[in-house]
Structures are given as structure tokens and as C-alpha cells.
Ligand binder design. Structure first.
Ligand SMILES: *Cc1c(COP(=O)(O)O)cnc(C)c1O
Length: 369
């Protein structure tokens, strides 16, 4: 049986409604900014529980822009976790700042214990990451940031719909960054990103910056760039938004189904720590597995598209060589990168596919392979 990781063909098997909306857009000629984008931003803000949402070109832009507009640049240091997708750190580098990496904890989240030691007089901000959809201890991180006068930026690209202690993403930082990439939980038909913020002034600057700094047709307030969210993608996103509850709830249900299946093999398969108060949206369903590489090969050979996110932490990437980290610097993340595995848990899996994956994992460990 094939258990696919990608679900795009299932999700978009019937696209008539989308095409109907796109035809209307083509007829209107409203291809940049315009009504569908404004409508999407208003609806997204409401869903994300923040007063302001600004559509930008990518999730990476959604990280870079708020940092730049908050004054982060060359000479500054920004702390983040080594256990993340490359774009978190790439965005820090794109502002001109130097990334300072920190080890992760049992939940694969940035370890708050390790943050203080990484702070120097040049530190300006902390970028928190909700890697996999789990959420770090944002209350503790906020307390550290407040005490040391640092800003927080939230990389929420993997946690749309996530909450911590009843508060939505973006509640702790200057801004939260979301990605609408085709493999994210809310996935449009190309690249796309959204920034949410509580700050009306940051929101105003973001709207100008993504559109050359234009305050009107003939005047720019400051020099900006062009990284608007495509209006066509806003049309797709408007169709998708009503599905977000189904997407989130199904992923949460699938994760609980998997979790229960490992209860009898805790020595082989263990979910990472999930703190009370976290609404984990399972962008990636990750577990730590004994003999991970053997399990991965076994599952793949049976047609189950398990993956590893990611086998090599940021500090050991060739791109990070200039930062001077050596193997052994972040032992927790390095060990986890050898044991984590991501199983398909998306909203379009059938019960048979989930059961086949569970059965296959058990087969691997009870030797009936
Ligand atoms: C996907 C992702 C990004 C970047 O989003 P893009 O839309 O691909 O630019 C940033 N951070 C994390 C954690 C991500 O998963």
C-alpha cells in the first residue's frame, strides 16, 4: 500500500470552485493588491486572532520584513534554535544580522535555559520557532526577553491555528510569520506568506514596504521592495480558509491515533515532549525512533513516505561554517536529528493508510519484517 506524504492531488481533486473564483479575478483584471487580498487579510487576521495581517511573497519574507522594519541589521545578533527549517536562520542572515544558535529541548523546541547564556551586548532579538507545530515555552522566553530588553519574532510557519496557554501565535512577539507554501497546513498554489502583528504602526510600514514604500501613486515614504502576496493566491486562500478547521482537527485526531498505537512499544517509538497548554497542529507528526535509519528504509520500501525533518541541524550545515560551531556544540539537537522521523499524518489519509503505517512500524520492531 502506498501512503503518500503529499496530499495535493487529493486536496485539489475537484477545483471547479477555485477556477470559478479565478475566472472572476481574470475578468476583473485586479491582479495586484486589490479586493481579494484585502478580504483575505481581514479573514486571516480574524482566524489568527490578531488585529493585523499583511500578505507578502513568502513565509521567508514574513520573517525578514518585520525584523528589518524593527531596526535589525548589520552589527546585531539574533538568537534562534538550531532545530528548524533553514529559512528561519536565512531570514536573520538576510537582514544583515548574525544568527546565534541555541540547542533544543525534549519537545524539539528552543531550550529557554540556553537562551540567557547566548545573550551579548549586541543581541537584539529572539526568533522563536514552532517547529513541527509544537510550541516553545513562550511565556518563559518572553520573561527573558523583557528582562534583557530584547524583541521576539515568532516563526509560526508550521503552526497556523496553534495556541499556547489559550493565546494565539503572535501574542508574545513583535510579529508572527506564516507560510502559505503548498506543503504547509494552509496551502495555496504557489509561494505566499502572511505577517500578523498587534502593532498598527508595524502593520502600516509592512504594507508600504512590500509595495515599494508607496503611500500613493506618485509618492514613496521610504524605499521598499516588491513582495506582495499574489492576488491570485489570495483568491485560492479565500477558498481554502474555511477548510482550516477540518485540516487542523483531522491532523490532531490522526496524531492522537498514532500516539495511542505506540503505547505498547515505548522503548522503540516515543513522541517528543508536548507541554501542557500547547495546541499542537501537527504540521509534521514526528517521533523519536530507535534505529531510525533502519525504520525509515523499511517504511519507504513498503510504500510509506516517511521522511526526516531534518537529518542535519543548522549549525552543522556548510552555510553555517562561518559561525564556527563544531559537532558536539548542541548535543540535544544532534542526537534528535539521528532519531526523529516524520510519518504521514495529513488530513486526507484514510484509516486503512494510518493502520498500515502503524502495523508496519510494529512489524519492524517485532521482527516480522
Ligand atoms: C516553510 C517555513 C519557512 C519559510 O516559508 P516559505 O514560504 O517557504 O518561504 C520558514 N520557517 C519555517 C519553520 C518553515 O517551516
Amino acid at each position: 500500500m502506498k501512503v503518500p506524504f503529499s496530499y495535493l492531488d487529493r486536496q485539489f481533486a475537484d477545483v471547479e470552485d477555485y477556477l470559478h473564483d479565478i475566472r472572476a479575478l481574470v475578468k476583473s483584471g485586479d491582479f495586484t493588491l486589490g479586493k481579494p487580498l484585502t478580504e483575505f487579510e481581514e479573514r486571516f487576521a480574524k482566524r489568527a486572532g490578531m488585529p493585523h495581517a499583511i500578505g507578502v511573497g513568502t513565509g521567508t519574507d514574513a520573517l525578514i520584513l518585520p525584523m528589518k522594519l524593527s531596526g535589525i541589521g548589520p552589527g546585531d545578533e539574533v538568537i534562534t534554535t538550531t532545530m528548524t527549517f533553514y529559512a528561519t536562520v536565512g531570514a536573520i542572515v538576510a537582514t544583515g544580522a548574525r544568527p546565534v544558535l541555541v540547542d533544543s529541548e525534549d519537545g524539539l523546541m528552543i531550550d529557554p535555559e540556553k537562551i540567557e547564556a547566548a545573550i551579548t551586548p549586541r543581541t537584539k532579538a529572539i526568533v522563536t520557532v514552532t517547529f513541527s507545530g509544537n510550541i516553545p515555552d513562550l511565556d518563559r522566553i518572553k520573561a527573558i526577553a523583557d528582562k534583557r530588553g530584547l524583541m521576539i519574532f515568532e516563526d509560526s510557519c508550521q503552526s497556523i491555528g496553534g495556541e499556547f496557554n489559550g493565546r494565539p501565535m503572535g501574542s508574545w512577539g513583535e510579529a508572527a510569520a506564516y507560510s502559505l507554501h503548498p506543503l504547509k497546513n494552509l496551502n495555496v498554489w504557489a509561494d505566499g506568506g502572511v505577517v500578523t502583528t498587534r502593532s498598527a504602526e508595524l502593520a502600516r510600514k509592512l504594507r508600504l514596504y512590500r509595495n515599494h514604500g508607496l503611500v500613493n501613486r506618485d509618492e514613496i515614504e521610504f524605499f521598499g521592495i516588491n513582495c506582495r502576496l499574489d492576488t491570485l493566491q489570495a483568491v485560492v486562500a479565500n477558498r481554502l480558509l474555511p477548510q482550516l478547521d477540518f485540516i487542523t482537527q483531522t491532523r490532531i485526531k490522526n496524531a492522537a491515533y498514532y500516539d495511542a498505537a505506540w503505547a505498547d512499544i515505548p522503548e522503540f517509538v516515543k513522541p517528543p515532549l508536548r507541554r501542557p497548554g500547547v495546541k499542537h497542529v501537527y504540521h509534521l507528526y514526528m517521533v523519536r525512533a530507535k534505529d531510525r535509519d533502519g525504520l525509515l528504509a523499511f517504511l519507504q520500501q513498503r510504500g510509506i513516505e516517511a521522511k526526516v525533518h531534518y537529518p542535519k541541524p543548522i549549525h552543522l550545515q556548510p552555510a553555517a561554517a562561518y559561525l564556527g560551531y563544531k559537532p558536539g556544540t548542541f548535543p540535544k539537537a544532534e542526537a534528535d536529528c539521528r532519531s526523529i522521523i516524520t510519518l504521514p499524518a495529513h488530513q486526507h489519509l484514510t484509516r486503512e493508510e494510518l493502520d498500515f503505517t502503524i502495523h508496519s512500524v510494529h512489524c519492524y520492531y517485532n521482527g516480522s519484517k
